[in-house]
Design a protein around this ligand. Structure first.
Ligand code: F6R
Length: 241
């Protein structure tokens, strides 16, 4: 595992953005794994700026997202479909049918999990996966206690995850209780993983990740089984390291 220590969020976004752009420019056809939430927004802004300034093209890029809330339609402003369009896809030349996000409004959610897992396989797997981390160590929406062998699945969100994400909703009650997420085994099949950690709120999680044991009680620790993980963390997140 490689650790890149960075001064602040802005720098983290640029360093990560450059890694992604470099990959796009040097790889014929690429499948990127995207995350949502606050952490990757700066990276997405970098990609948008770079696309405008340097013309980096996403015509050959395919993408899969980690997760989606159950019960929210793609048009819902709190859905991750909406988030990705607003914060990235609408500003690039990526083909809409090349972008994939689990459908949290599917009639048959079990079937949707299978479909998504097969889709990732059909794409040849994820070449570069971007990850954030929850304060409780979740990756994707795989909460503590999730088996490392898990595949794309329906999960119940932990109360502290719903509380953390309630900042995007009118109230805690409005935050969905369930989500579809790529499983831990699905994430670990990515060829390369970038784990972004920013801010003091994540300092304890980063400490646990770096120094704690590998345990299903701390989902991110599964990444230690992976051969090509780069952690990009800023000074506030590195407070206890
Ligand atoms: C989002 C996701 C989550 C977030 C995590 C951190 O697609 O999979 O694991 O990465 O909850 O969220 P932020 O970045 O908002 O602190």
């Amino acid at each position: 595992m490689k650790l890149i220590c960075i001064e602040n969020y802005a720098e983290m976004s640029v360093v990560t953005g450059k890694i992604i752009v470099d990959k796009i420019r040097t790889t014929q056809s690429l499948t990127l794994g995207f995350a949502t939430g606050s952490t990757p927004k700066g990276v997405y802004n970098y990609l948008i700026e770079d696309h405008r300034a340097n013309g980096t093209s996403y015509q050959q890029v395919k993408s899969v997202n980690l997760d989606e809330y159950i019960g929210l339609k793609a048009q819902d402003p709190n859905s991750y479909h909406y988030f990705m369009r607003q914060n990235l896809f609408d500003h690039l030349d990526i083909k809409q049918n090349h972008t994939h996000i689990p459908n949290g409004a599917a009639g048959d959610l079990e079937q949707e999990c299978l479909r998504y897992e097969q889709l990732i396989k059909a794409l040849g797997g994820v070449d570069l996966q971007l990850l954030g981390i929850g304060q409780n160590g979740h990756i994707g929406f795989n909460e503590p206690g999730t088996p490392f062998s898990s595949r794309t699945q329906i999960v119940t969100l932990a109360r502290n995850t719903r509380e953390a994400n309630s900042r995007f909703f009118n109230s805690l009650e409005d935050v969905p209780t369930h989500a579809i997420t790529m499983g831990i085994a699905s994430i670990l099949e990515s060829k390369e993983i970038l784990l972004l950690v920013s801010g003091e709120k994540k300092a304890e999680a980063l400490l646990k990740f770096m120094n704690g044991e590998i345990s299903e009680e701390f989902p991110a620790s599964a990444l230690k089984h992976h051969q090509n993980v780069t952690v990009i963390a800023d000074r506030d997140a590195l407070k206890y390291i």
